[in-house]
Design a protein. Structure first.
Length: 212
């Protein structure tokens, strides 16, 4: 979980990337961008996660920079202490089962990729290419408000302790058939069907490479 200086806005972090100049940065959602240059902080602490760097409107992504970033993906909710290294990355395929991992909902595995190669407009112009994944009918959602910027991935192999990146959580589906109770932090709006931007689209747009 990353919050602004006055604690009124919250988003999630994605994964560590390397820029063309060799410096490392941390990814998050572009629509989390501030109107000021105030730094983002970790959870409800005073620890600075980074200042906002380049932003891509087309992929709704941006970097946080200026700190030291480990080559791991933060796993589960914002109170977790678990991080897993990145094994590899590629865009998803239809029918693939992924995990969505936002700071507010935590890790929810089971959503099935049901649309690929798509773009959507949720108020910032066309965003993509990306994919949707839907959690089969359950009593809870897989992601929602505050989870933007979090990673979507699958495991690199049972028990491997590594993840394969697929994309970034970007937006939830508002259709009533997908709206469901949130897990993790309550008092939000959440969905079983969510839109994600492809990892390779973000790489190209920002000129970065995931750190493994």
């Amino acid at each position: 979980m990353i919050v602004d200086n006055i604690g009124t806005e919250g988003c999630s972090t994605g994964w560590t990337v390397q820029k063309s100049n060799g410096a490392r940065a941390l990814l998050t959602s572009g629509h989390c961008q501030h109107r000021t240059s105030s730094p983002w902080r970790a959870g409800l602490s005073d620890r600075v996660v980074g200042n906002e760097g380049p932003r891509s409107t087309a992929t709704d992504s941006m970097t946080l920079e200026g700190q030291s970033y480990n080559p791991t993906v933060y796993v589960d909710g914002w109170t977790s202490t678990l991080g897993l290294p990145v094994h590899s990355w590629s865009d998803p395929v239809l029918g693939e089962v992924i995990c969505e991992d936002g700071a507010f909902s935590g890790q929810v595995c089971g959503p099935v990729v049901d649309e690929v190669g798509m773009t959507v407009d949720y108020g910032f112009g066309a965003v993509g290419p990306g994919f949707t994944a839907t959690l089969p009918t359950t009593s809870h959602a897989s992601a929602g408000e505050g989870d933007s910027g979090g990673p979507a991935y699958n495991q690199a192999g049972r028990g491997s302790g590594q993840v394969k990146l697929r994309g970034m959580i970007a937006a939830r589906n508002y259709n009533s058939q997908y709206v469901a109770p949130c897990v993790g932090v309550t008092g939000r709006e959440c969905s079983r069907k969510n839109y994600h931007v492809n990892v390779n689209a973000i790489n190209s747009a920002l000129g970065v490479t995931p750190v493994t």
